[in-house]
Design a binder for this molecule. Structure first.
Ligand code: FAD
Length: 519
């Protein structure tokens, strides 16, 4: 079995190649898909390990699909700008060539393997149907002697190690993940240039032309300017000295993360995690380091401190540590447990994006209420254009369309309202997934499918008091939001943001700069 610095549990053998007749071992190719980074990438580390072990060179290949789950300029621009940086740094620092192919990966990657005589194909892991089907087809198309390894470089605990089955909820997967963390939440080795150099000519990619083409084709959903793509920018968001999440914003995470008027309380890491421009394991390691640097203060200790010392300075310091400590725990719960629970769902539930994927109780209750009278019924077009009678919902839809990322709390309300205002749960699910995938910079992700399934089909949730339309699915309403945060403030904030965007867009167009907000 594969040996090296990657834990064997992280690697699955998708295909065992036969011994080549001439005994010659060819290069290693890493087909990069979900983990688009150089740093902290177990799949790349494994590919280099294997190449060094066999004394062969290694290359990285990336395939830009003609169509990938409806990705538009917003998604493809972000992705390709990140890859352009990666290409440069990888060739400069690691001397590993980067090949970009256009078309269907099940054709381009096997063709490349044939061309360079590769013996081992390494891929990273995604639970999504399209990628899994593509890998199956690749295994059929690559030569007899080619071995295929899949490395879970996305999750801290590899999905198949965390659990062998579809988990019911966070409650059931949490202990399983926590048990494995000491083994898997470890430091990454430093990657050095491979021993054997690549002999084929390196590909020169005209990134600017390719980016211009995807921007043109996907112009319907333009790029966003607030989120700088690439590994370096991702690390800045995590650890930056100006406004880094762990360095500057962490302490308010547990108290303010459900307040849509305080988006800065959230990490803002989802675009980078989605495109694999940062490793969740790196985020968890850094968060844990913050936690270790602060003395542990439990609730009881806090009260004891307060009662005994009654010194304001001490109280203040203890409370700050307490907040930090709580924030790290909450962040790790979202980043590791919730995120891996989403991957678990998509990996073990083939119907991860349809009503069929809901538990029996939820399907039953939703079907029992499918024909309940709705106060409003909206079409997909009305919803897409934010033309509902609910200004709060409209604001959240506009935040997603123009800003490219809806606040996490609003995402729940948004999806639940779609259930309330459409002809049934299937249609609600279809519309919510369509809109989320189309406009969210972090869309087309297991977290998105699971977010919609949680809101509409109650997965990873429990049954609640039965009510019209929702049945036993958890309900959310405007009044509830009003109790939680300043609803009018949020509506006003989105309005100002959207009009500013429109103004800047018009200015850019006047200046002959079609690139959205890139002035
Ligand atoms: P933070 O709170 O800072 O979280 C850090 C990371 O933890 C996130 O980037 C994410 O990877 C993970 N995380 C946080 N909340 C969740 C959660 N509920 N489930 C799983 N992982 C979580 N997330 C996406 O990444 N892409 C999506 O397309 C997406 N669509 C959603 C749709 C709906 C209807 C709902 C209810 C949730 C959706 N989520 C999605 C989950 C969650 O809202 C986002 O991950 C979060 O808002 C991203 O912002 P952040 O990175 O600043 O969050």
């Amino acid at each position: 079995m594969a040996s090296g610095s990657v834990q064997p549990g992280r690697i699955r053998i998708l295909k065992n190649g036969s011994q080549p007749s001439d005994g010659k071992v060819g290069p290693v190719v890493y087909w990069m898909f979900r983990d688009q980074r150089l740093r902290d990438n177990w799949a790349l580390i494994h590919a280099v390990d294997q190449a060094n072990k066999a004394n062969v060179p290694v290359a990285v290949a990336f395939n830009l699909f003609d169509q990938f789950l409806g990705a538009k300029a917003r998604h493809l621009g972000f992705m390709l700008r990140g890859l352009k940086q990666l290409n440069l740094v990888m060739e400069e620092t690691l001397q590993i060539p980067f090949y970009l192919f256009l078309g269907e990966a099940e054709e381009t990657i096997p063709n490349f393997l044939r061309e360079c005589g590769a013996s081992l194909l390494v891929t990273d892991f995604s639970p999504l149907r399209k990628v899994r089907n593509c890998k199956e087809e690749m295994c059929r198309r690559v030569g007899e002697s080619v071995t295929v390894h899949e490395v879970d470089a996305h999750n801290v605990v590899p999905i198949w190690v965390a659990s062998e089955k579809l988990e019911y909820g966070a409650r059931t997967i949490r202990t399983k993940i926590n048990k494995k963390l000491p083994e898997y939440l470890i430091d990454f080795p430093i990657l050095k240039p491979p021993i054997t150099k690549w002999i084929l000519e390196n590909q020169v990619t005209d990134w600017d032309a390719i980016i211009a083409e995807v921007l043109r084709k996907g112009a319907e959903v333009p790029e966003i300017s607030w989120c700088e793509p690439g590994e370096q920018a991702a690390m800045e968001v995590l650890m930056g000295s100006k406004n880094g999440f762990l360095t500057k914003r962490l302490k308010n995470y547990s108290s303010d993360r459900n307040n849509p008027l305080k988006p800065g309380a959230l990490s803002g890491l989802s675009p980078y995690l989605h495109f694999g421009q940062i490793s969740a394991q790196r985020c968890a390691l850094e968060a844990r380091a913050v936690r270790k640097a602060s003395p542990e203060v439990s609730d009881v200790q806090l009260i004891a401190f307060v009662m005994v010392l009654l010194v304001f300075a001490t109280l203040f310091i203890c409370f700050s540590f307490y907040l930090l400590f709580k924030a790290v725990d909450t962040f790790l719960e979202e980043l590791v447990v919730r995120r891996e629970l989403a991957d678990n769902f998509c990996f073990y539930q083939p119907h991860y994006d349809s009503l069929q994927g809901a538990w029996d109780w939820a399907r039953k209750t939703l079907m029992n209420h499918a024909s309940d009278k709705r106060e409003h019924l909206y079409t997909r077009e009305q919803l897409e254009k934010a033309q509902t009678a609910d200004p709060l919902w409209n604001a959240s839809q506009l935040e997603m369309v123009h800003y490219g990322k809806m606040h996490g709390f609003m995402r729940m309300y948004w999806a639940k309202k779609i259930l309330e205002w459409t002809r049934g749960p299937e249609e609600a699910l279809e519309i919510s997934i369509y809109l989320n995938d189309k406009y969210s910079i972090d869309g087309r992700d297991p977290n998105g499918y699971v977010g919609c399934m949680w809101s509409i089909c109650g997965i990873h949730d429990q049954g609640w008091r039965e009510r019209p339309v929702f049945g036993k699915i958890r309900y959310m309403n405007y009044a509830g939001c009003k109790r939680k945060f300043d609803v009018d403030g949020y509506i006003g904030y989105v309005k100002r943001f959207v009009s500013e965007m429109k103004k800047r867009k018009a200015e850019n167009q006047l200046c002959g700069k079609p690139k959205e907000l890139r002035s």
